[in-house]
Design a protein around this ligand. Sequence first.
Ligand SMILES: C=C(O[C@@H]1C=C(C(=O)O)C=C[C@H]1O)C(=O)O
Length: 193
Amino acid sequence: MVDKQHKLFPVGMQANWCSEGALALAPQLKDWLLDPGSLTARLSNLSKSFRVQVLGQSVQHCTIEESNQDIPPGEPVLVREVLLLCNDVPQVFARSLLPLASLTGEQQQLATLGSQSLGQVLFNHANLKRKRIEVASFDSQSSVTQLAKELKLSIEHNLWGRRSVFIIDDKPLMVAEVFLPDSFAYQNIMVNA
Ligand SMILES: C=C(O[C@@H]1C=C(C(=O)O)C=C[C@H]1O)C(=O)O
């Protein structure tokens, strides 16, 4: 477990998630949002140094807003919030919900990842399925934008994120990621608000 937690933890990630078909997105941004592969691998390949900074993790009950077909409301989950940084630039804020019932067998290690990337473990596992990816935008009032301001990042447009449920060894967990203002996902494009 993480002994010290960032003063902002838990940041949370309230959003109106929708299927990507409902949105007209810039192709480059859409490519990042819908990439079925590992964000860790993609970001690592684009930078000299990649690291995960844990903001905190704690056991909570899954809220109605974050519940889904695989993780019902009230389910005890380990909430893990991290930043993914490339060359010390915060690229992504991620919030993962790991049901305690999924942290069994080989997946016990997911409770004590520390600064190891969750993706590194997930995408190296043979029995992994990723369910559909939903997307959402985060406006100036969102807690994620407040986090970006706390990180002294300049906010010039809404932020965009994605979430999906992974099934590993037939057990669910949910990962949600928001691309922070200086992310590669927004470089050289006009982002609609
Ligand atoms: C799922 C992945 O893992 C990344 C790393 C995370 C972590 O360490 O908590 C959380 C979400 C992802 O951004 C990935 O790399 O695609």
